[in-house]
Design a protein around this ligand. Structure first.
Ligand SMILES: Cc1ncc(COP(=O)(O)O)c(C=O)c1O
Length: 363
């Protein structure tokens, strides 16, 4: 770590950003590329900002191999606003929105969609207490759905789908907030991909939507203008002032990914980090993780000790050692380490060393 006061931040979001990105932003904060003003003050209609916007889109297209018949939209409101935008834009008369209930965030998406139209929960992992992903072959989608929505990585439960759901002709919609850009994906498998930025993309305040062009025809006039995908697409994400600084930061994160070997390389690093941490948990007699082997998330790793008191002590002592935000979600308790793209291997090593030291005191 470069700065003396830097810590390893295991927050589920807003999460760590790559240090190189922060340093570059710092170096041009007062005068963006010598123009005499901060990027935060550039007009969103200026050539300088328009070139940041198109560079961000092009870099993202290159990272994810996004086909030409998909639009990339930079919008706001977080993934939670997308929970409403999806049904508002994509529901068709007489066809419910289909949902896979895989955990906390899937349920949030379902509850919001129910406000706007009929919802069909196609399958639920409730029986396993959300300790494993829903697998292809365990449910059938049928053709009578407007779309099938799922959450490939459940940030709170620490559960990841090992496969892309097979939805046939029904457009697949994925909330990739906590896994986008962490491993290769085939964009053509999806109708819509969306993600809040504050984990693997950049600062909070930016939301990314990737949408197949034919679906834009579904977006009716009654959808609020700033949530209407067709409007956002036709206005090049500038239906109003976009989150310019967050887009600038995302552009730097995309550049950082490209310069470091792109998605295949970051996936390798993510696998190494996750393996190190899960091995430490599995070989310990103090810490446990309840998620089934094939469903474990490489991004969010929940774990706990046998008592709430020990968990609290762990979180407190970890903070004193510079390992921040390891407290689990308030609905689940225990601990959770979020190890997104920007978490270096050395951060996970530091955590594992700390876990071993902690264990030696209490076992
Ligand atoms: C998978 C997932 N979906 C949705 C959200 C909500 O995101 P936002 O706060 O950007 O609305 C989160 C936030 O952590 C998330 O992890």
């Amino acid at each position: 770590m470069a700065g003396a006061n830097r810590t390893y931040n295991f927050c589920s979001g807003p999460a760590m950003l790559p240090e190189e990105v922060l340093l570059k932003a710092q170096s041009e904060l007062l005068s963006y590329q010598g123009c005499g003003m901060s990027v935060m003050s550039l007009s969103h209609r200026s050539d300088a900002f328009l070139s940041i916007l198109s560079q961000a889109e092009n870099r993202l297209r290159s990272l994810l191999n996004i086909p030409d018949h998909y639009h990339v939209l930079f919008t706001q409101g977080g993934a939670s606003a997308q929970f409403a935008s999806i049904p508002l834009n994509l529901m068709q008369p007489g066809k419910p929105g289909g949902y896979l209930d895989s955990g906390y965030w899937a349920q949030k998406a379902i509850a919001e969609a129910e406000r706007y139209g009929p919802v069909k929960v196609v399958a639920s992992a409730a029986e396993s207490n959300y300790s494993r992903a829903l697998l292809n072959g365990e449910y059938s989608v049928g053709a009578k759905l407007s779309y099938l929505h799922y959450t490939p990585n459940e940030t709170i439960d620490g559960v990841a789908f090992p496969d892309v759901p097979q939805s046939g002709q029904v457009p697949l919609v994925a909330d990739m907030s906590s896994c986008i850009l962490s491993a290769p994906l085939n964009v053509a498998d999806f109708g819509v991909i969306y993600a809040g930025a504050q984990k693997n993309i950049g600062p909070a305040g930016l939301t990314l939507v990737i949408i197949r062009d034919d679906l834009l025809e579904r977006c009716g006039d009654r959808v609020p203008r700033l949530m209407n995908y067709a409007t956002l697409a036709s206005q090049n994400s500038m239906a109003n002032t976009p989150p310019t600084f967050a887009i600038y930061m995302a552009n730097l994160v995309f550049e950082w990914l490209l310069e470091n070997g792109g998605i295949p390389q970051i996936e390798k690093q993510n696998q190494r980090k996750a393996e190190l941490l899960y091995n430490a948990i599995d070989s310990s007699s103090l810490f446990t993780n309840a998620v089934e082997q094939g469903s474990r998330s490489a991004m969010n790793v929940p774990f706990s000790c046998a008592s709430a008191e020990l968990n609290e002590r762990f979180v407190r002592q970890a903070e004193q050692a510079g390992l921040m935000n390891l407290k689990g979600h308030r609905s689940r308790g225990g601990m959770r380490a979020s190890i997104y793209n920007a978490m270096p291997y050395s951060g996970v090593e530091a955590l594992v060393n700390f876990m071993q030291k902690f264990e030696s005191q209490y076992v």
